[in-house]
Design a protein around this ligand. Structure first.
Ligand code: NAD
Ligand code: TYD
Length: 347
């Protein structure tokens, strides 16, 4: 891979992946980061990379729904692989306004597949375990689990997975797909559970837990996800899907309690008020999936990947990152973010 196109590289996982490729892997090529800088895209996540790797890092502000803009990039650069992360990614926003999810996640993926087909290049699609729907109290998602998405977000990701697979089968496009569980770590936009709770707690605001707080997610540190993506790009069998998970099932309320207890130590309030007192149970999310949990046996056995970070140290590192990066925090909490939070609290 000499010219790797990464879509959505200014988002949470995309920016961590670009940092990982330049700083912690043996990748020697150039990266073309294509991102339309939607509310979740922040070029500041990569300021240092832009300077340090100026001869190998190219940023193009473009919308993946704009086929002409994408075609121009292919005219200009000899792209030989695409790692596709650009998406509308937040379930609550998909419930409020599904349209953007249909456009970006389905039509945008279609555009990229068509360009990949024109040049017959490698295509890796970064997807989610949410395509499989909700688990009961037992069992794990495997690569052969049925697709049963519950939210507009997961349905749009499921649709994009199907397109990718079909382009592989029908046109022999060299594709792979990864379906990963919930990520956490630095640079995550504070609409998602962990950074939202950390920042609300620091601002002494209510910590809104949906429903009974007993919904379960399988948490994976973002750097572990990045290592999995790189392994699949390098050694993944074409046409295959790989499930990626943290083997770390946690109920939401336990995650929030942990965050509160860590903040009590790392950032105690003057009055020493326990952060847990801020926890507020609110109306449940419609269609809220009860439990996700991934069986990562395939990627472990076939590609030798397994998660390296443990949850206790990963969550501490993550909280410390938000405490140490107040400028980043202030800049992402724009008017748009505040308006979204107000709408959430009115639920
Ligand atoms: P994110 O919302 O933080 O980042 C998405 C990025 O895509 C942003 O930079 C945004 O500007 C960009 N983008 C959105 N629409 C675009 C468009 N039309 N054209 C170009 N760029 C556009 O999301 P994330 O959490 O980093 O997720 C990245 C990918 O990983 C997504 O495909 C998501 O479905 C998948 N995923 C996420 C998780 C998770 O826990 N966050 C887990 C599994 C899979
Ligand atoms: P989220 O980070 O939105 O990821 P996803 O919905 O894709 O799993 O939410 C993680 C879990 O936390 C999910 O069960 C919903 C819950 N949640 C809350 O209880 N309160 C919140 O404010 C948010 C954003 C999420």
């Amino acid at each position: 891979m000499d010219y790797l196109m990464i879509t959505g590289g200014c988002g949470f996982i995309g920016s961590n992946l670009i940092r990982h490729l330049f700083l912690n892997s043996d990748f020697k090529g150039s990266i073309i980061n294509v991102d339309n800088l939607s509310y979740a895209g922040n070029p500041e996540n990569l300021e240092d990379i832009k300077t340090e790797f100026s001869n190998r890092y190219i940023f193009v502000q473009a919308d993946i729904c704009d086929m002409d803009a994408l075609a121009d990039i292919f005219d200009k650069y000899p792209v030989d692989a695409i790692c596709h992360l650009a998406a509308q990614s937040h379930v609550d926003r998909s419930i409020e306004k599904p349209d953007d999810f249909i456009q970006t996640n389905i039509n945008g993926t279609y555009n990229l597949l068509e360009l990949a087909r024109k040049y017959m290049i490698r295509f890796h699609h970064v997807s989610t375990d949410e395509v499989y729907g909700s688990l009961g109290p037992k069992g794990l998602f495997t690569e052969t689990s049925l697709y049963m998405p519950s939210s507009p977000y997961s349905a749009s990701k499921a649709a994009s997975d199907h397109l990718v697979r079909a382009w592989g089968v029908t046109y022999n496009l060299p594709v792979t797909i990864s379906n990963c569980s919930n990520n956490y770590g630095p640079y995550q936009f504070p609409e998602k559970l962990m950074p939202l709770m950390v920042l609300n707690a620091l601002g002494k605001k209510a910590l809104p837990v949906y429903g009974d707080g007993l919904n379960i997610r399988d948490w994976l540190y973002v750097e572990d996800h990045c290592r999995a993506i790189v392994k699949i790009l390098q050694d993944g069998i074409l046409g295959e899907t790989y499930n990626v998970g943290g083997n770390c099932e946690m109920a939401n309320i336990d995650v929030v309690n942990m965050i509160c207890d860590i903040l009590d130590k790392m950032a105690p309030t003057i009055e020493k008020q326990p952060h847990r007192e801020l926890i507020t149970f609110i109306k449940d999310r419609p269609g809220h999936d009860r439990r996700y949990a991934i069986d990562s046996t395939k990627i472990t056995q076939k590609l030798g990947w397994k998660p390296e970070e443990n949850f206790a140290s990963g969550i501490e590192k993550t909280i410390k990152w938000y405490l140490d990066n107040q400028k980043w925090v202030e800049r992402v909490q724009t008017g748009e973010y505040r308006a979204w939070m107000e709408r959430q609290y009115k639920k």
